[in-house]
Design a protein around this ligand. Structure first.
Ligand SMILES: C[S@@+](CC[C@H](N)C(=O)[O-])C[C@H]1O[C@@H](n2cnc3c(N)ncnc32)[C@H](O)[C@@H]1O
Length: 215
């Protein structure tokens, strides 16, 4: 999927994404400040499953539903769960299932979640996925639930780090429909779907963790 030098993409030379190994630590610490002791979480764009495996170990009151557009990494995802989640918690992670955010409705039988977690999707997918993510999340968040998006963004009132400008250019060169998204444009899509930006957390390596809730 990418070369190891690109910071937010898993690479196919190994079943592990080096970026996910790094960023799972600060993401977990931020999630701990946002989440209550127990709940139901849907992960969008799970990729290799390193995040869901880590969260399942460290947020033991939560149950997890990993999903992705493709089943390319489902075997790796399940291997990560087997290898790292204690047996007593493993049944808190559902088998991964296919979910394309652009599919309507999402194939979840109307289930609602306290957390919908989506890392590193918006810049590696067509812009239409942003609207689709926001609308799907609005339909599947339980009352008081939170959508968390994580990744690099552009912001109107903030200088963009050179590494993010380079990453944006490399994404656009690979696929003209990809690229870092303006946080303000994402907010507009969220607003149209009935969500609002409830919190903005700055994260290592010029990433943001954004929290979206029903308006
Ligand atoms: C860069 S990886 C991120 C993986 C993981 N969340 C992480 O942060 O390490 C992007 C993932 O988005 C998934 N994806 C792309 N388009 C999607 C869509 N329309 N719906 C759901 N997932 C999608 C890809 O299959 C891929 O697994």
């Amino acid at each position: 999927m990418s070369t190891p030098t690109q910071p937010n993409l898993p690479h196919r030379t190994s079943a592990l994404s080096a970026a996910a190994e790094r960023n799972k630590h600060p993401i977990l610490e931020t999630l701990r400040t946002l989440l209550r002791a127990q709940g139901r979480a849907l992960e969008i764009a799970s990729g290799t499953g390193q995040h869901v495996a880590w969260f399942a170990q460290h947020l033991p009151g939560w149950t997890w539903w990993p999903t992705d557009l493709r089943d390319t990494y489902f075997a790796e995802l399940q291997a990560h769960i087997q290898a790292s989640v204690p047996e007593s918690l493993r049944d808190r992670v559902a088998a991964p299932r296919l979910l394309d955010v652009q599919q309507e409705p999402w194939p979840l039988e109307g289930a609602r979640f306290d957390l919908i977690y989506c890392a590193n999707l918006l810049h590696i997918a067509p812009w239409a996925c942003c609207d689709a993510l926001m609308r799907g999340a609005a339909q599947h968040l339980a009352p008081g639930g939170q959508l968390v998006t994580y990744g690099p963004y552009l912001e109107d009132d903030m200088p963009t780090a050179d590494s993010n400008l380079d990453f944006d250019a490399s994404l656009r060169a690979r696929n003209p429909e990809w690229g870092l998204r303006r946080r303000e444009a994402v907010e507009q899509e969220a607003q149209a779907a009935g969500l609002r930006l409830a919190a903005r957390h700055t994260m290592p390596a010029n990433n943001l963790l954004l929290v979206w809730q029903a308006r």
